[in-house]
Design a binder for this molecule. Structure first.
Ligand code: 13P
Length: 251
């Protein structure tokens, strides 16, 4: 099965409702002509209802930037998978580097979130990535392995829709992208690991996105790599021109 490239925009904590509506309308427009590509955006929770109306009937999918593992309950500050589904989301990001490093989420919690998403029919986007200290200490593969194994504990990859995003922490929001070969090497390693956790042919079908300072200037080269199946874009997804150009990357 061919892996259809997925271009995903993570808006993080940006955009008022009015700004989100304008940006979403531009993304719908940019995605219209992009045959053979899937497009997803993850607006802030507050903008989801308005953005859902804008993307309705288009090829742009909606995602939560995070998700709780319970349907409801005493979880102040969290959002439930059912709430996300009600707002039209079909996906949810889990384990984003900012959740891990700013808010202290560990692999066990990421795993709960991921399984919660799956239980309520949301496709999780599991983010993994090493810090600069870990890379310089030669521990990149070990960290990726821990995060992938931890995040996917108890998950049967044969029956679970899933997207993985490799986002080296040192490349996020820094303007410093991984080199093409660093990115491809990490992706190949993650795919190999997914194969060891399930089967090679299942791993061959899973999409692994690259994230970390993806811009129009580097998207084509990154997305041409054999194991890079899309992009998870932060800063550049807030500009309709830049995100539109990345959606329409040149193969
Ligand atoms: P930047 O594209 O701003 O580096 O952010 C990447 C990211 O964290 C996407 O989830």
């Amino acid at each position: 099965m061919e892996r259809i490239p997925l271009i995903a925009g993570n808006w993080k904590m940006h955009a008022t409702i009015a700004e989100a509506e304008r940006l979403a309308a531009a993304v719908v427009e940019a995605a219209r002509g992009a045959a053979g590509r899937e497009v997803m955006i993850a607006p802030p929770f507050t903008a989801l209802p308005a953005v859902a109306k804008v993307v309705a009937g288009s090829k742009v999918a909606l995602a939560g930037q995070n998700v709780c593992w319970e349907a409801q309950g005493a979880f102040t500050g969290e959002i439930s998978p059912i709430m996300l589904r009600e707002l039209g989301c079909s996906m949810a990001i889990v384990g984003h580097s900012e959740r891990r490093h700013v808010f202290g989420e560990g692999d066990a919690m990421v795993n709960k979130r991921l399984r919660g998403a799956l239980r309520f029919d949301l496709t999780p986007v599991l983010c993994v990535g090493e810090t600069i200290e870990e890379r310089e200490a030669g521990r990149t593969f070990e960290v990726l392995e821990r995060q992938v194994r931890g995040g996917l504990a108890g998950v049967d990859l044969a029956v679970s829709p899933l997207v993985v995003a490799y986002e080296p922490v040192w490349a996020i929001g820094t303007g410093k992208t991984a080199t093409i070969s660093q990115a491809q090497e990490a992706h190949a390693h993650v795919r190999d690991l997914l194969g060891r956790l399930s089967q090679k042919k299942i791993a061959a079908q899973l999409r692994i996105l690259y994230g970390g300072s993806v811009k129009p200037e580097n998207a084509d080269d990154l997305l041409r790599q054999p194991d890079i199946d899309g992009a998870l874009v932060g800063g550049a997804s807030l500009s309709p021109e830049s995100f539109g150009r990345i959606i329409n990357f040149q193969e």
